[in-house]
Design a protein around this ligand. Structure first.
Ligand code: SAM
Length: 275
C-alpha cells in the first residue's frame, strides 16, 4: 500500500483517535466533521503535534459534553412505554429528557411563550430546519406546529439523532433527523423557518468567519438565531458580547433583524428572503 501524504496521515490519525477515544466513541461523529477540524488545525499550526492538540480542543467545544446527556438506551425505553400510554405520558418523558441538556433545560421555564413569540414574528411555518438541534426537537409538543408540518433536524451526535428519529416515528410527526455536520454540508431543503439555537458562537470558535457564509447558505426565509444571555454558571452577563458577535456577523447584509429577549436567551429573528 502506498504511504499516505503527510497531511493525510495526520488526518487519519486524528479520526482514529476520535473513533477509539472513550469520550467520543459512542457518539459516532461524522468523518466529515473530524476531517474538517484537523485539516483546519494543520493549516493553522506549523507543527502537526500542535495541530492535533488544537483539534482536540476544538472538538471538545463542538461536542460540548459538559452540557449534559440523558441515558439514551433508557430514553428509548421510556419514550416507547409512554407512547403506549398516550400523549400526556410522552410529554412528561420529553420534559424529563429536555432537562438533561443545559440548552433545553434553560428554556423550559418559558418554552411555550418562546415558540409563540417567535411564530408571531415569522408566522407558523409549514417546514422547519432545526440546525444543530441537540434535544430541542423533543420540544415539539410545546411548539404549536400543525401535525403535518415538516420538521428536519440536524446533529452530529448519533445517539441524539437516533432518539429524535424514534420520537418522530412514535408521534407520527412528518420529521426526519439527519446525522450531518451542517457546517461542511449545509442542508439543501427549503423551509419557512430555520432554528439555529445556541450554537453560532461555537461555529465562530471552530472556524472564525464561518458563520456569515453558513447563514447565507441556509435555504430558509427566516433564520431564528439564539444565544445564551448568561454563562452556564449564571454568573456572567453574555448579552453585550453576543449582541456584538451578531452585529459583526450580520454587518452589511441587507437582512431585516428583530431581537427578542427572553429570561436567559436572546433570539435574532432574521428575515432573509422577501418572497
Ligand atoms: C449547545 S447545543 C444546542 C442544542 C439546541 N440547538 C438547543 O438550543 O436546544 C449544540 C448542538 O449542536 C450540535 N452540533 C455542533 N456542531 C454541529 C454541526 N457542525 N452540525 C450539526 N450539529 C452540530 C451538538 O452536537 C449539540 O447537540
Amino acid at each position: 500500500m502506498k504511504p499516505l501524504p503527510e497531511e493525510q496521515r495526520w488526518v487519519a490519525q486524528f479520526i482514529q483517535w476520535a473513533r477509539h477515544s472513550p469520550k467520543y466513541r459512542a457518539l459516532d461523529l461524522p468523518e466529515t466533521l473530524l476531517a474538517d477540524i484537523i485539516t483546519h488545525a494543520l493549516k493553522r499550526y506549523p507543527k502537526p503535534p500542535q495541530a492535533l492538540t488544537a483539534a482536540r480542543r476544538v472538538l471538545h467545544q463542538v461536542v460540548a459534553p459538559y452540557l449534559g446527556d440523558p441515558d439514551y438506551a433508557q430514553a428509548f425505553r421510556d419514550l416507547e412505554a409512554a407512547a403506549r400510554q398516550g400523549e400526556e405520558a410522552v410529554r412528561q418523558v420529553c420534559w424529563n429528557l429536555l432537562q438533561q441538556h443545559a440548552s433545553t433545560r434553560e428554556r423550559l421555564p418559558f418554552m411555550e411563550a418562546f415558540y409563540r413569540r417567535l411564530f408571531e414574528v415569522t408566522g407558523v411555518p409549514d417546514a422547519v430546519l432545526d440546525l444543530a438541534c441537540g434535544l430541542n426537537p423533543l420540544s415539539w409538543p410545546w411548539m404549536g406546529l400543525p401535525r403535518e408540518a415538516r420538521y428536519l433536524a440536524f446533529d452530529i451526535h448519533y445517539p441524539r439523532v437516533q432518539l429524535i428519529r424514534r420520537f418522530f416515528a412514535l408521534m407520527g410527526i412528518e420529521g426526519q433527523a439527519f446525522h450531518q455536520d451542517i457546517l461542511v454540508e449545509p442542508p439543501q431543503d427549503r423551509a419557512g423557518v430555520a432554528f439555529f439555537f445556541k450554537e453560532i458562537h461555537r461555529f465562530e470558535e471552530r472556524q472564525p468567519g464561518c458563520a456569515r457564509p453558513f447563514l447565507r447558505a441556509i435555504p430558509a426565509r427566516w433564520l431564528l438565531i439564539s444565544l445564551p444571555t448568561r454563562s452556564l454558571s449564571q454568573k456572567r452577563d453574555l448579552l453585550p458580547i453576543h449582541r456584538r458577535l451578531m452585529n459583526r456577523i450580520l454587518d452589511g447584509l441587507d437582512w431585516e433583524v428583530q431581537e427578542i429577549l427572553f429570561e436567559n436567551e436572546v433570539v435574532f429573528c432574521v428575515k432573509k428572503d422577501e418572497r
